[in-house]
Design a protein around this ligand. Structure first.
Ligand code: PMP
Length: 430
């Protein structure tokens, strides 16, 4: 396939590479695992991106999840513009922070109190510190392939860019830190039981992406999340649901609403910032009260509760409340999934397309994907070929076999018909 003609992007990338490590400010953007060079985006509206070379792409990355209303939604833009009239940062409480907390607590019944921060990484880092501070224990359990941001304790067997770039365990994380993180296979109840038995009274908490979105998309086996809840409760460890990706994306109350599970702590990000940088950690009041200034667990942020980010996030959450688009998004993504599966079946091409609501991924394998090992057993080279065929024809999927695709409410029939045609045609070329 001829390389896409993108002189403006290529020129920007050449300049970027001289000054920015890898030419990008977040590794997956570099296209290393799929090959080729990234395009630069100069504008994004609704379901589409416009590249620096004026190519229009139907976007299924949605800025890695936040853009559930599509890009540059007028209500979010207006909310930011209104907030901007009054200043960009105050460093003292502002009214938006209270409204944001009220909205989050309203939709997440497990959250009684919430602290805003600036990224998902900060949220999970704080949740881990809280779990350790509250239980006076040091060890945490995470699951292989789950990605919880890039703090030291959590960059162990991580997914997303860390996995894509072959650094699931990062250089620079002291072995002594990594030793406090027990990594288990996802969806394996026996491994969890064994880990608790082997470390009595030592495990502060278990952090999990309740539906994994950073290793491709993986849905837990029935009963798995309930098992996590029961075992953590029995052993006095906290259960932390990392819903940075799934919060407000699959339901207003995240996976915990869908599955009827009550974690002790929840981390949020992405959608609650309406496209501006944000994160949040929330949960039971008695746990959250351990945070400074009321408690001994320290956490802070110069820009936390930033008025522009709060205004954007509040607008995004209110839209979700008004529109309740979840059933429609699920139906649309389901149609896309069916088209891909039937095209692949007709070709005799083994693929898996796990999907819930507006999240899905395409694995080139004949076996169901239920953990990191089965995700890694899929054919990543085939995914790269699929990715480029789609990109060439105008559909932008995540530039890695180990990421999730997202739909937004701006993906209308016309986008989905066209995208489905392009993705199915790409499968037909195999
Ligand atoms: N947790 C999950 C589940 C995520 O998907 C991500 C980012 N993709 C993070 C945490 C980290 O969030 P951020 O990139 O905002 O630091």
């Amino acid at each position: 396939m001829p390389a896409i003609c993108q002189p403006a992007s290529d020129d920007l990338f050449a300049r970027a590479r001289r000054l920015i490590p890898g030419g990008v400010n977040s590794p997956v953007r570099a296209f290393r695992s799929v090959g080729g060079a990234p395009f630069f985006v100069k504008a994004a509206y609704g379901a589409t991106l416009t590249t620096a070379d004026d190519t229009e792409l139907i976007d299924f990355v949605c800025t890695w999840g936040p853009a559930i209303h599509g890009h540059n939604h007028p209500a979010i833009r207006d909310a930011i513009a209104l907030a901007l009239e009054h200043g960009t940062s105050f460093g003292i409480p502002n009214p938006y922070e209270v409204e944001m907390a009220e909205l989050i607590v309203k939709f997440f019944p497990s959250i009684e109190k919430v602290r805003m921060c600036n990224s998902g990484t900060e949220a999970t880092m704080t949740a881990i510190r809280l779990a350790r501070g509250c239980t006076r224990r040091d060890k945490i359990i995470k699951f292989a392939g789950c990605y919880h941001g890039h703090s030291d304790s959590l960059l162990v067997s991580a997914g997303s860019g860390a996995l894509t770039h072959g650094h699931p365990d990062s250089a620079g994380v002291p072995a002594a830190f990594a030793r406090e993180t027990i990594v288990l296979p996802y969806n394996d109840t026996a491994a969890l039981d064994d880990a608790f038995a082997a470390n009595p009274g030592q495990i502060a908490g278990v952090i999990v992406e309740p539906y994994c979105g950073n290793v491709g998309f993986i849905i837990p086996d029935p009963g798995y999340l309930a098992h996590l809840r029961a075992v953590t409760a029995r052993h006095g460890a906290l259960l932390i649901f990392d819903e940075v990706m799934t919060g407000f994306r699959l339901a207003r109350g995240g996976v915990q609403e869908l599955e009827g599970i009550t974690p002790d702590l929840t981390t949020l990000g992405k959608i609650i910032g309406g496209g501006l940088p944000v994160g949040a950690v929330g949960g039971r009041a008695d746990i959250m009260d351990q945070l400074a200034p009321d408690g001994p667990v320290y956490q802070a942020g110069t820009l936390s509760g930033n008025p522009l980010a709060m205004a954007a996030g509040i607008a995004a959450l209110k839209l979700l409340d008004e529109e309740n688009p979840y059933a429609r998004l699920d139906a649309l993504a389901g149609q896309l999934r069916s088209a891909l599966l039937s095209t692949a079946r007709a070709k005799g091409l083994p693929i898996q397309v796990p999907q819930r609501g507006s999240m899905f991924s395409v694995f080139f394998t004949d076996k169901p994907v239920r953990d990191l090992a089965s995700a890694l057993a899929s054919d990543a080279a085939r995914y790269a070929k699929f990715f480029h065929a789609c990109l060439h024809a105008g559909v932008y999927l995540a530039p890695s076999a180990y990421e999730t695709a997202f739909l937004s409410t701006a993906h209308e029939g016309v986008h989905l018909t066209r995208a489905s045609e392009i993705m199915c045609n790409a499968l037909k070329t195999f």
